[in-house]
Design a protein around this ligand. Structure first.
Ligand code: CO
Length: 134
């Protein structure tokens, strides 16, 4: 069921500074910032040969990562995103195995224009997991 690691997401307090560090310090190719009001974040993607790094900054007062940044003022590792072929089948298998899907369990359109879901960190050894339909 599980496919490639699509991205590792890092929540950051200052997106421009974090993007500059990857671009200028590491020589990485970094996408233009993209505001995702439905998700309460602004993101850039750092394109590596084998995986992407998603840098996310809170957007708006109700950002779901505002609390995370309050607890981790320098930023921190936020989630892993795995690709799946069929997100509804993956969700149903996970629910049947006792895993918890965050929110109303309905996939939403994520930063790549594809359906995504989030799985509870308590079921994945403390790591928040995003599934994205490839
Ligand atoms: Co993500």
């Amino acid at each position: 069921m599980i496919g490639k690691l699509n991205h590792v997401a890092i929540a950051v307090p200052n997106l421009a500074a974090a993007a500059a560090r990857y671009r200028d310090g590491l020589g990485a190719s970094v996408s233009a910032p993209m505001a995702l009001p439905a998700h309460g974040v602004t993101v850039v993607f750092v394109e590596l040969p084998n995986v992407k790094i998603e840098l996310m900054e809170p957007l708006g007062a109700d950002s779901p990562i505002a609390k995370f940044i309050a607890k981790n003022p320098e930023g921190g590792m936020h989630h892993l995103c795995f690709e799946v072929d069929d997100i509804l089948a993956a969700r149903d298998t996970l629910i049947a195995s006792g895993a918890r899907v965050i929110g109303d369990r309905a996939p939403r359109i994520g930063a790549h224009g594809k359906p995504v879901l989030f799985l509870h960190p308590k079921d994945f050894s403390g790591a928040l997991v995003e599934l994205e339909q490839a």
